[in-house]
Write a protein that binds this ligand. Structure first.
Ligand code: TXA
Ligand code: MG
Length: 312
């Protein structure tokens, strides 16, 4: 059911869940201060309760009541918000966000999205909105309203804002210790964050605690995925593959979805999930992906593809 931002904010205020576009992917939102509304997100997605959710806000000054900020958080927010960056910070004592949003951790992940529809809903509601990607847990994230309906069914109200311009989830940075950690590569290149902070980002030592979501099967289409493909597979018994191409595409595949003919990583990121959705077809036996460079947004694209290849 397509709805307006006014109705979306009303439904959220009443404790319902609503899907809406952000610049990264579509989110499935609920009032983060309402524990029973938040429970509906976990139920609709089939999401394990140990995997915490990102809290979305309309303005930086909302953070004061929610988390303890520091100079790194301020600098990153100033440089990259609104945008595809999530900051994990210690919860403030008396923080009204439901404990289930943090999955029992003493931290809260916060993002100030740039998409005008997301911003409008958040500003109208005036409360933080917990929102994971609007897909069944473990599946490919939605970058248009039809992907949301295909994954979660037509009963979920969706604000349709067309395709998401970034197309990859936000970069998640952990700021709860002395060293800033890259918890998830995403829509803002890690190199840009390192340049701003003037230090290398650390990797989580214990991902079970630092970023529980990263341990799960994720971003998986239902057909097998083959990475670094430069040609169709030769030997017998290999079925028909569709190719996600990057740069000029080799001949001989059964279907094609160009991520970027010019070899542009931002374009490829924006089209990645639409490509995975498009080639996850009954008449194909697998999806092959051409080599993607391992820097900038390429790092986030490869992170998603490797998880998708492993997680099926
Ligand atoms: O771009 C995005 O980030 C999208 C849009 C809707 O904002 N949201 C999104 O949410 O990708 P989700 O739930 O699919 O992924 C959130 C990630 C998970 O890996 C989760 O484990 C991590 O952020 N996370 C959330 N809260 C955390 C916390 N308190 N500590 C550590 N990691 C956290
Ligand atoms: Mg997700």
């Amino acid at each position: 059911m397509p709805i307006t931002t006014i109705l979306a904010a009303d439904l959220l205020r009443q404790g319902e869940v609503v899907a809406f576009p952000t610049e990264t992917v579509y989110g499935l939102g609920a009032d983060a201060t309402n524990a029973s509304a938040v429970a509906k997100i976990f139920a609709a997605k089939g999401r394990p309760s140990f995997n915490p959710l990102i809290c979305h806000v309309a303005a930086y000054d909302q953070l004061a009541d929610l988390v303890r900020t520091d100079s790194r958080a301020e600098a990153l927010a100033k440089a990259f918000w609104p945008g595809a960056l999530t900051l994990v910070l210690p919860r403030q004592p008396g923080c009204l966000v439901a404990e289930t949003v943090s999955a029992g951790l003493p931290n809260l992940a916060i993002r100030l999205p740039a998409h005008p529809i997301a911003h409008d809903i958040l500003a109208r509601l005036g409360r933080p909105v917990a929102a994971p990607s609007a897909n069944r847990s473990g599946h490919v994230s939605p970058t248009n309203a039809q992907h949301v309906r295909d994954s979660l069914g037509t009963a979920i109200p969706v604000v349709d804002g067309g395709p998401c311009p970034v197309g990859l989830e936000s970069t998640v940075i952990g700021l709860t210790g002395a060293r800033a950690l890259l918890l998830r590569p995403g829509g803002i290149a890690a190199e840009a964050i390192e340049a701003l902070l003037g230090e290398k980002l650390g990797q989580p030592q214990d991902a079970r605690i630092e970023s529980p979501g990263m341990l799960l099967k994720h971003y998986a289409p239902s057909r097998p995925l083959r990475l670094d493909a430069v040609a169709p597979q030769e030997h017998d018994g290999v079925g028909k593959e569709g190719l996600l191409s990057f740069g000029p595409a080799p001949a001989g595949f059964a279907a094609y979805y160009p991520l970027s003919e010019a070899g542009d990583l931002a374009e490829a990121a924006a089209k990645l999930y639409a490509g995975l959705h498009a080639l996850d077809r009954a008449d194909l036996d697998g999806i092959a992906v051409m080599p993607i460079p391992d820097h900038g947004l390429g790092r986030a694209i490869l992170d998603r593809l490797r998880r998708a290849a492993r997680g099926r």
